[in-house]
Design a protein around this ligand. Structure first.
Ligand code: FES
Ligand SMILES: [Fe+2]
Length: 424
């Protein structure tokens, strides 16, 4: 639901194994029943210690009505990643977005200010923008021709007073402006809060800001964007991404390149989850190749972090994978209950994002992620298939590895019940 517009002109990488999942419960669950699926016994199971707890029921991964509830009670109410500001870095740039099933657009006005708007004309409610634009001066509604600046203000209304009697002045009155979506920008990443009621963005993001205070993320430049398709519920893909435990089985090359004891479990902080591992060789990307191309470090990196790779999941569905030479920023878009598009933005330090000297290094990092995601896509599909088994009861959690996943499940359940910690 988030970024299908980002896909324009891109080749979506499709999984090599596993057909489209047909896992949705045959009978389907109505909303009332979904509340029953999150009954007291299930919720109680989630409050136990990690080793004793159980997680979300199968319906949370297989029933499209549950996804509707997530859109309404989770994605509309918390801060959600909406896009890369690099896509609208120039004044006049407009990019269509979809968040929580809502049509939005992001635009940068003549003063260079980037904001997000509901994609609707305030007159009779036509969708205002259908195509991305690079040099828009105004946005003109196709229905009656009202036009708006990228600052949201009404510019003109043809035939407004009577035939051929135009309103050429427009209006600065708030009631005539476009409807703004609450938004915040952290480095290159634009977040929105659809209902405008979430706690302050700084509070939401505080654990990540603190975790990465020694990383000069402002030196990063966007180099590449790549979407991947997964035949699995979005939560399973998020979980998989945050799960260092599966590296032993699913990623043999990465396993061989790491010291297993340098791999850590996911732990919660605030609404987010954090983990890290230690990479084998300085100056490399993800899977260190001693003979491969090198990349420059992010400037000002303390010595102690030169082999560090901290990850985090920004609740609910954005993830950062940080390395000393690059950052991959991920967003997991629920398309249907069992289809997810993972969007990846690749960043490198300063000129290394674009110069010829580091082309091979950039391509190596991007290729490494493509390999990892190919290894992950089959297992994510098998997770989805497993959720059709009635005997599966929320599963078990491994205390060392899965505390973060349990935290994630608890927050989803809270959100559906209107009790999320991210709510004001
Ligand atoms: S609906 Fe947009 S001008 Fe009338
Ligand atoms: Fe993986």
């Amino acid at each position: 639901m988030l970024f299908r517009r980002w896909l324009a002109g891109c080749t979506v990488v499709k999984p090599e194994t596993g057909g489209k999942a047909q896992m949705t419960n045959v009978q389907g669950l109505h909303r009332q029943e979904l509340h029953e699926a999150l009954n007291d016994a299930v919720l109680e199971g989630m409050t136990a210690t990690t080793g004793e707890a159980k997680g979300l029921p199968n319906a949370a991964f297989t029933d499209s009505a549950f996804l509707e509830l997530e859109r309404k009670h989770l994605f509309s109410r918390t801060w959600v990643f909406a896009g890369s500001r690099s896509a609208v870095s120039e004044p006049g740039a407009v990019r269509c977005l979809e968040v929580a099933g809502r049509q939005l657009f992001m635009a940068t006005d003549a003063k260079g200010e980037t904001r997000v708007w509901f994609n609707v004309c305030p007159h009779r409610g036509a969708r205002l923008v259908v195509e991305d634009q690079d040099k828009a001066a105004v946005l003109t509604c196709p229905y009656h021709g009202w036009s708006f600046g990228l600052d949201g203000g009404l510019r003109a209304r043809p035939h407004y007073h009577a035939p051929l009697e135009h309103d050429r002045q427009g209006s600065k009155a708030e009631r005539d402006c476009l409807f703004e979506v609450r938004s915040a920008i952290w480095h290159d990443w634009v977040f929105v809060n659809i209902d405008g009621q979430a706690p302050a963005f700084e509070d939401y993001m505080a654990p990540a800001m603190k975790a990465y205070e020694d990383w000069n993320l402002g030196a990063l430049r966007l180099a590449h964007y790549q979407p991947f398709e997964f035949h699995a519920n979005w939560k399973l893909v998020v979980e998989n991404f945050c799960d260092n435990y599966h590296v032993f089985m699913v990623h043999p090359a990465l396993h061989d390149a790491q010291e297993p004891r340098d791999r850590f479990g996911m732990s919660p902080d605030g609404v987010h989850m954090f983990n890290r591992f230690v990479i084998g060789v300085e100056g490399r990307g993800l899977t260190p190749d001693p003979d491969g191309p090198t990349l420059p470090e992010i400037p000002d990196l303390p010595d102690a972090l030169e082999k560090d790779s901290p990850f985090c999941n920004l609740f609910p569905n954005a993830t950062m994978a940080i390395f000393p030479t690059n950052v991959a920023f991920f967003s997991f878009e629920p398309v249907t209950v069992d289809e997810t598009i993972m969007h990846v933005w690749f960043y490198f330090a300063g000129d290394a994002a674009h110069d010829e000297e580091h082309r091979a290094g950039r391509e190596a990092v991007i290729a490494e992620w493509a390999n990892l995601n190919a290894e992950d896509s089959g297992i994510c599909h098998r997770l989805q298939e497993g959720r059709t088994c009635d005997a599966y009861d929320g599963g078990r959690f491994a205390p060392y590895w899965d505390a973060g996943t349990l935290h994630f499940h608890r927050q989803i359940a809270d959100a559906i019940r209107g009790e999320g910690a991210f709510l004001r």
